[in-house]
Design a protein around this ligand. Structure first.
Ligand code: NAI
Length: 400
């Protein structure tokens, strides 16, 4: 099969295995160049096949020599389909991680289901005994309601009034406008159900009841506070309500984890990075493009992996934790610097007519293609790839 980008409605329908191999090797090379530190030994990551979860997994397995179990929801290749980027991320993560001599297991299953939680507990008992860190980095579009069987969908929408903005059309690499209707009460409720804290809390309760949490257990999830310019669609929108719920959940869990395990429940406000969802949020691609340019000019830009490495080294396991009044870890403080925000907004205003020419926009598009395994110079995209030639037997990949 010749694999070229197949994009519909700004979603990649495929991924290139050889490009993903390069992407994962890049992450491991980056992680290897960073400082080692004392941290967790056994980690459960929920949503570790891409984005922030994957960056956390690579950073920690290299820097602290940790063992990991990752739960993600990805599609394997079939006759006509390449499989998702996240599937190949898991495959090549496991291949690279073998060199570390530690244990890494992937469970590809719906994290929301109790059956998956039980399966994961069995694997923890069999492989690790107990875990020291649980990272909840899920970004899901839908969650089944176990009582009715209905699939509840989250919706990225503003609340109160509709919103218009621009985004990058990934297939044509041009700008296009994006309109979002205002959310209904149902949209808000559903988004909180899918992206709020209830499933995270359910995971911790299951793990606690099964007695697989170590003394000193830490659990962490990722929120976004962002700049005021993104408030309408983010903090004041449906996703903001879900993040409010996630943050409240963390505070609730912190209290019993502290009492029972001298543990911690943490929320980190992380910086805006290129992710599959970015292109569906009006204005966010332009904001990220300008932000990246400004942060690079000022020497405070970090890759997704560097950001997560610093989070765990300095602020989760180190002594340099910065916390705001709402008890959120503020690893996003470079993005939030007054001068960075001021100059980003100025750049946005001044670049309206030539956003596509900005280096930040080019970098955004490159990274978006890279996370799906495309546009790497070292990969021959004319090569006929025989997906049947790949065997996953040597990899501990359990597909439920
Ligand atoms: P992503 O889309 O790159 O990764 C999402 C992960 O969730 C994948 O591993 C996917 O397989 C997994 N997943 C989705 N549904 C699942 C299911 N039903 N069962 C098991 N696994 C499932 O997302 P990203 O961007 O890394 O986001 C992770 C978290 O970080 C989210 O809570 C997001 O709001 C937060 N965050 C993201 C920022 C960004 O700029 N990307 C900024 C700040 C916070």
């Amino acid at each position: 099969m010749i694999i070229r980008p197949s994009i519909r409605s700004n979603v990649f329908l495929n991924a290139h295995p050889k490009g993903i191999q390069t992407y994962i090797q890049t992450l491991f090379n980056e992680a290897t160049s960073l400082e080692k530190f004392n941290g967790p030994k056994n980690i459960l990551i929920i949503g570790g096949s891409s984005g922030y979860g994957l960056a956390s997994r690579v950073a920690l397995s290299v820097a602290t020599n940790a063992n990991t179990i990752n739960v993600s929801f990805e599609s394997a290749p079939s006759d006509k389909r390449t499989g998702t980027a996240g599937f190949w991320n898991n495959v090549y993560f496991l291949e690279e991680a073998k060199k570390l001599g530690t244990t890494h297991i992937d469970i590809v299953a719906d994290a929301f289901s109790d059956k998956t939680k039980q399966e994961v507990i069995n694997v923890i008992k069999r492989e690790f005994g107990k875990v020291d860190l649980v990272i909840y980095s899920l970004a899901a579009g839908a969650r089944p309601n176990p009582e009715t069987g209905d699939l509840i969908r989250s919706a990225l929408k503003p609340i109160g009034e509709p919103l218009d903005g621009d985004t990058i059309d990934i297939a044509t690499k041009t700008l296009k406008s994006l309109h979002m209707d205002a959310a209904t009460e149902e949209d808000i409720k559903n988004t909180v159900y899918v992206m709020g804290g209830s499933d995270w809390e359910s995971w911790l309760h299951h793990l606690d009841q099964a007695d697989v949490l170590n003394q000193g257990i830490k659990t962490i999830s990722y929120t976004y506070v962002g700049s005021g310019s993104m408030d309408k669609i983010y903090r004041a929108g449906t996703i903001g309500k879900a993040k409010d719920d996630l943050e409240a959940t963390s505070l609730r869990m912190h209290s019993w984890l502290k009492d029972k395990y001298q543990g911690e429940s943490l929320i980190s406000s992380s910086k805006a990075v290129v992710t599959k969802a970015s292109v569906f949020i009006p204005g966010i691609t332009s904001y990220i493009a300008c932000l990246f340019d400004v942060m690079k000019e000022k020497g405070v830009h970090e890759t997704t992996l560097q950001h997560k490495h610093r989070l765990f080294k300095d602020m989760v396991y180190g002594e340099l934790r910065r916390v705001d009044a709402l008890h959120r870890i503020r690893i996003d403080h470079y993005e939030m610097q007054e001068d960075v925000q001021k100059e980003t907004l100025l750049k946005l205003e001044q670049s309206k007519d030539h956003l596509l020419e900005l280096q930040g926009t080019k970098d955004f598009i490159d990274e978006f293609y890279h996370i799906h395994g495309f546009d790497y110079d070292n990969v021959n995209y004319d090569e006929d790839i025989d997906l049947n030639a790949y065997s996953f037997d040597h990899i501990e990949l359990s597909i439920l």
